[in-house]
Write a protein that binds this ligand. Structure first.
Ligand code: DMJ
Length: 629
């Protein structure tokens, strides 16, 4: 293992049976009383000395009267069923042979006070977070109200100019992206409005609209419909009373997927074309002839689930061809270039990063495997192996620490493994801590996974990296004057620093570690950091992740809320007041507010071991929960 690695074995404290505390009797059995050792012991004078000490110890236990740690405990030492207090007069000898009563431990008045306080504290905490969760719900209602007023049916709201814009092909992307968030939050009016709009308008738009991007349409629109199908009741007879019947969502999803399939079937390789012309049933490559690696490999959760619920395997078959094919391509320690050609099926260029065009390739390797129930024997284990190899590659080639304060970050290799390292990290990379944590415990809590001895060395390394990285993501927010993160941050390392590009918050410890260049200072209301906070909170149960999430939410409220309705992107997070950008991205409703809401709420809602979130935060049940037989 290379010395320069920040993630070396010595840093990891892990639970292994070998290092667990053993009981005194086991220790005695296995050491002093083992025959050979005993013989050796008695032969030497130290051994004899130890034996004498041991005999004294036993005699002390037998012949000394009972002593209690606290007088309160002594008073209540044995209380019989009639509430008579009996004094413990047993001699040491009787006590020595008596079995201890199986009573719950008694508490001192002090302990009782603290224990009551902690029960009380739990209640106070729960209601504190419930209150915050309600504020997120209010924010969602405010975002929707602006969209509904000025942009209903358009892809996105321009909240400052108070109009709509079709920036994603015109399928009403905000409606579909927001729908399952409204379902999870229980905002019935919005479920009704969004649901009726889908029922009335979406099918017509799907048949008549022109060019859409395969990836964006799959993760936002198809993903949103599929999740709405499940959350509104799916195939079960009991459906929610609000909004259209689940079959409406399924039929619309099927119609859309039938159109999108042409991107796969018309490509000369297993890599789909990036764009589809809906009304023509045709597809083509992007102008440079290339597809983004992340785009081609971030379709499978959705197409697999559609096959499960429709009973038609063609969706899954086409989408899975991509991953099966990528499996055969050469990689750099599991890492892949960010472009791939649908013409040849080969990667193009050497640029490796986990930011734009690379990110969700790694996310779906894990999640598609998890979708099948994280089965070690399934025919998808190759995805888990690819994921593990890639994460090892990340730790080896892309993870470094900043100067002077050692923030752990993930950089880029723009010229491949033999080229120089760039200490640049897109906000998009902040999905990674959540994915790493999810991959480590497969969605269960860390404490349960540790208790059941389920974590491998790799898992522990990944979990540790997840915790370090999410802190870095949060620090890119806290270092700015607005408390909101930039689109891209650079990190000060030994051979790279640029003066004068700090985030503006002079009280941040990391002012000199994080560099924010003028062109990278915008904030698009992106979800990745709060997404990882949500996953890390669910897995580690550490309340600091909620506290950080709340700070971020407050900054969104302060700087991005538009009083007439909606929230807006910003031009520059380092200056106050920040210039506003006039765009509310669909993922603010689909992802950012959903993850914040779930972060502050009951951990049983959308549990991570029963659902995988697609890359646009639409939950899909694992293991074909409502599969057609
Ligand atoms: C979303 O559309 C998805 O999360 C995607 O994977 C990356 N970009 C945006 C959010 O930032």
């Amino acid at each position: 293992m290379s010395k320069s690695l920040p993630y070396s074995m010595k840093d990891v404290d892990y639970d292994n049976a070998k290092f667990r505390q053993r009981s005194l009797s086991k220790v005695l059995n296995q050491t002093i009383l083992t025959n050979n050792v005993k013989r050796e012991c008695l032969r030497c004078s130290t051994g004899k000395f130890l034996l004498v000490i041991m005999l004294f110890g036993i005699a002390y236990l037998i012949f000394t009267p009972t002593r209690h740690v606290s007088s309160h405990r002594a008073d209540h030492a044995i209380i019989n069923s009639k509430d008579n207090v009996t004094v413990d007069t047993s001699t040491g000898l009787r006590r020595f042979f008596r079995k201890p009563p199986r009573l719950p431990p008694l508490l001192t008045p002090d302990e009782m006070r603290t224990s009551n306080t902690s029960v009380h504290q739990i209640d106070v905490d729960a209601s504190k977070w419930m209150g915050k969760q309600q504020q997120v719900r209010e924010a969602f209602i405010h975002a929707w109200s602006g969209y509904k007023k000025y942009a209903m049916g358009f892809d996105e709201l321009m909240p400052l100019s108070k109009r709509g814009i079709d920036s994603l092909g015109g399928l009403g992307a905000t409606v579909v992206d927001a729908l399952d968030t409204a379902m999870i939050m229980g905002v019935e009016d919005i479920v009704n409005e969004a649901g009726s709009w889908i029922e009335t308008h979406l099918a017509e738009k799907i048949s008549q609209k022109g060019q859409v991007n395969l990836f964006e349409t799959t993760i936002r629109v198809l993903g949103g419909l599929l999740s709405a199908y499940h959350l509104s009741g799916g195939a079960s007879v009991e459906t929610t009373s609000v909004g259209p019947k689940p079959i409406v969502y399924l039929n619309t999803a099927t119609m859309l997927a039938d159109k999108l399939l042409v991107a796969f079937t018309s490509s000369p390789s297993p890599i789909p074309f990036s764009d589809v012309i809906l009304r023509d049933n045709s597809a083509h490559a992007a102008p440079d002839g290339l597809s983004s690696t992340s785009e081609a490999s971030t379709l499978q959760l959705e197409f697999n689930y559609l096959s499960d619920i429709s009973g038609d395997q063609k969706y899954s078959l086409e989408a899975m061809k991509v991953l099966k094919h990528i499996k055969t391509l050469p990689k750099v320690e599991g890492l892949v270039p960010i472009y791939i050609s649908p013409q040849t099926g080969e990667f193009s260029g050497q640029n490796i990063r986990l930011g734009s065009r690379g990110d969700s390739y790694y996310e779906y390797l894990l999640k598609v495997w998890l979708q099948q129930g994280a089965n070690q024997n399934s025919n998808l284990t190759y995805l888990h192996s690819m994921y593990e190899e890639a994460m090892k590659g990340v730790r080896h080639l892309l993870v470094k620490k900043s100067v002077p304060n050692g923030l752990v970050f993930v950089g880029e290799l723009p010229y491949g493994a033999s080229g120089s390292f760039s200490p640049k990290m897109d906000h998009l990379v902040c999905f990674l801590p959540g994915t790493l944590a999810l991959g480590a415990t497969k969605g269960m809590t860390k404490s349960k996974a540790m208790r059941d001895n389920l974590l491998t060395f790799e898992d522990l390394e990944n979990l540790r990296l997840a915790e370090d990285l999410v802190k870095t993501c949060v620090e890119t927010y806290l270092v700015t004057s607005t408390g909101l993160g930039p689109e891209i941050a650079y990190f000060h390392v030994e051979d790279y620093f640029e003066e004068g590009y700090d985030g503006g918050n002079k009280s941040s410890k990391y002012l000199n570690d994080i560099i924010i260049k003028p062109a990278d200072r915008h904030n698009l209301l992106r979800p990745e950091t709060v997404e990882s906070l949500f996953v890390l909170y669910r897995i580690t149960e550490d309340p600091k992740y909620r506290e950080w999430g709340w700070q971020i939410f407050e900054a969104f409220e302060k700087y991005t809320k538009v009083s007439s309705g909606g929230y807006t992107s910003l031009d520059d997070v380092t200056s106050v007041p920040p210039n506003r950008r006039d765009k509310m991205e669909t993922f603010f409703l689909g992802e950012t507010l959903k993850y914040l809401y779930l972060l502050f709420g009951d951990t049983n809602v959308v549990p991570l071991d029963k659902f995988v979130f697609n890359t646009e935060a639409h939950p899909i049940p694992v293991n074909g929960a409502d599969k057609r037989q």
